[in-house]
Design a protein around this ligand. Structure first.
Ligand code: 4AD
Ligand code: MG
Length: 461
């Protein structure tokens, strides 16, 4: 494959003839020469292309090369006269591959992140979104390499499902029924037997349940795929479609689960620091100052650990400063998560042993009858980045909890069966992949770390 600008910028200016393909970011004229900055998406920086006007503008070619145009440039790689770069291209041949008219929205001025969201199909051509997407890609690679290096099997769990993993009813229904003429049963209910799958189906909120059944055969597995939640939270950390990484380990308890979550996060953060140096420096300068040092600190320091009960004790001390004061039993919300990790611990913290009422049905119940073996990993600035637990491996307890919560055991019949045949203690967790991208890049809004964000009232593009 052809060398990309990222490699070219590090090569020696030895006058060799090279070819680059990319998009013109800026064009600047002086009396005798024209400077094009060409970017090919391989790095933040572009290659400075210097064209001698006398040689190029006879046929108007150079004038028709405008900001946003796609070009192919052949020339000699030489030492740059300018301060901003070590090498530049002394242009010999220019090809205008795709012209770009003057109503191209990304002219050289700063655009607000909100405006860029409206032109999501062009925003990867900006420095910011380009860098985010390269880091996202590397982070995905790091996820796979962490698990593959540790012998985990990558399992692809279904996206269409008939069991609501979190039991929270936040699912998007999948149906081929004619909504203008819905078939009804004698009792007047929707007749799902006439639907495509013969029963009510939805997009998955998590691959965990299916993942568990594979861990109970392959021991250590992970999923990495899209998940869907119809929660109407208009926040900077929620999407309706997001990617989740879900490892599941058999013969594993909550303590080991915590350890794996901690080493996993540290691994992927280090990986990105090492492999995306330039992009990470860009974020450090333009998005969140000091972010690289913060990440290094996170990698080097053990995460704090705290039970839910202790966390509530800490929060109650300063209850008056919260919009939602807490007491034992209340859900820990973003403001509380941030206080715990930013003020109390000043580093990532793993909070464990939550009241069973605020956690999902599948979590292993503690002997106190009140709490479950769940954990959340909270990080400064974002709050929850990982949610996980040891699972209830006991058939009777699991069934009782499903009934207690008013869920339908028939929806979970196969999941219950896994507790009958060689059930073992097992545990796992889910990392919100976009939250991880937000965390490493410092980007404030989750809508800017996924190519085409999906949220309430927004599925454009
Ligand atoms: O805490 P959650 O709901 O846990 C589960 O789904 C478990 N089944 C995971 C497991 O144990 N295998 O979600 C896991 C993570 C959260 O910590 C958060 O980072 C992310 O997924 N997440 C979201 N990210 C973006 N938008 C949303 N609407 C999210 N909901 C959860
Ligand atoms: Mg959670």
């Amino acid at each position: 494959m052809k060398e990309r600008i990222r490699q070219i910028l590090c090569s020696k200016p030895d006058g060799k003839l090279i070819e680059v393909e990319g998009w013109v970011r800026t064009k600047r004229d002086s009396k005798n020469v024209c400077f094009l900055e060409v970017n090919d998406g391989s790095c933040v920086k572009g290659l400075q292309v210097v064209a001698d006007k006398a040689c190029f503008n006879n046929d108007g070619l150079l004038s028709s090369v405008t900001t946003g145009a796609a070009v192919r440039c052949r020339g000699l790689l030489v030492e740059s006269q300018g301060q901003a770069q070590a090498v530049e291209l002394n242009l010999k041949e220019l090809e205008l591959v795709g012209p770009c008219p003057s109503d191209y929205p990304l002219q050289k001025k700063r655009h607000t992140i909100e405006f860029l969201r409206e032109i999501a199909y062009l925003r990867p051509r900006t420095n910011l979104i380009g860098a985010v997407m390269r880091v996202r890609s590397t982070l995905a690679y790091a996820v796979h390499s962490f698990f593959q290096e540790n012998g985990f099997v990558y399992v692809n769990t279904p996206l269409i499902t008939t069991s609501d993993c979190e039991g929270a009813g936040e699912t998007f229904q999948v149906t081929t029924l004619d909504l203008d003429n819905v078939p009804r049963t004698k009792e007047g209910k929707v007749d799902y037997s006439a639907d495509f799958f013969g029963k009510k189906a939805s997009l998955t909120v998590s691959g965990q349940l299916e993942g568990e059944s594979y861990a109970l055969a392959l021991k250590n597995i992970y999923t990495f795929g899209p998940t869907f939640r119809a929660e109407n939270s208009n926040t900077t950390r929620h999407l309706a479609e997001f990617w989740m990484v879900e490892p599941e380990m058999a013969f594993c308890d909550l303590e080991l689960d915590e350890e794996i979550a901690e080493s996993f996060l540290k691994y992927i953060f280090s990986y990105v620091l090492e492999h995306c140096r330039e992009d990470m420096e860009f974020f450090d300068s333009f998005v969140l100052k000091g972010n690289i040092d913060t990440l290094r600190h996170v990698i080097e320091t053990p995460f704090a650990r705290m039970t839910y009960t202790d966390a509530i004790r800490e929060l109650e001390k300063v209850n008056s400063q919260f919009e939602y004061p807490v007491h034992w039993g209340s859900d820990i919300q973003t403001e509380h998560e941030k206080y715990l990790t930013e003020v109390v611990c000043r580093r990532p913290v793993i909070v464990t042993d939550y009241p069973k009422e605020i956690k999902a049905f599948y979590m292993k119940q503690n002997e106190d009858g009140k709490t479950v073996r769940g954990m959340d990993v909270l990080v400064p600035r974002l709050g929850e980045i990982i949610g996980g637990s040891e699972r209830e491996a006991d058939y009777d307890k699991l069934l009782a909890r499903i009934n207690e919560l008013g869920l339908n055991p028939d929806d979970y019949w196969w999941y219950l069966e896994t507790r009958r045949f060689g059930s073992v203690p097992h545990a796992g967790f889910g990392l919100g992949f976009e939250r991880a991208v937000q965390y490493v890049t410092g980007v404030a809004n989750i809508r800017d770390v996924i190519p085409y964000p999906r949220y309430s009232r927004s599925a454009e593009f």
